[in-house]
Design a protein around this ligand. Structure first.
Ligand SMILES: [Zn+2]
Length: 117
């Protein structure tokens, strides 16, 4: 396989770090899916398994969002666009991806209070 020298198609993260991030995302996907299943079961139990129903809704929504973000990150990996900021198109630093592998924005573009573009 040859790597073409096309700047816009060059993945920001490649090789071993990318495989590690992919493993992290896949694990996160499984963990969050199991969590959502668990929360759904609690929601159906009489007394909601001791949970506050409103809290269950919030937790389930957070798990669903996390699953969606993770699935999108995995899709970007297969498309080769993973690791680029969706706003400024610059590569997202590897350190940030290690702590937030599903990040879609670089640290500068992900400031609180900044709405989605
Ligand atoms: Zn950016």
């Amino acid at each position: 396989m040859t790597i073409t020298q096309h700047p816009t198609e060059t993945a920001a993260v490649t090789g071993e770090p990318l495989e590690l991030l992919r493993a992290m995302l896949e694990e996160q996907f499984v963990v969050q899916t199991n969590r959502l299943t668990e929360l759904t079961i609690y929601g159906r139990l009489p007394g909601h398994g001791g949970y506050d129903p409103h809290m269950l809704d919030l937790l389930a929504a957070a798990a669903r969002r996390s699953i969606a973000d993770t699935a999108q990150a995995l899709r970007r990996m297969s498309e080769g666009t993973y690791g680029h900021c969706a706003n400024c198109r610059r590569p997202i630093p590897l350190g940030r991806l290690r702590s937030v592998p599903q990040a879609t924005h670089c640290t500068r573009c992900d400031q609180p209070g900044r709405g989605p573009t």
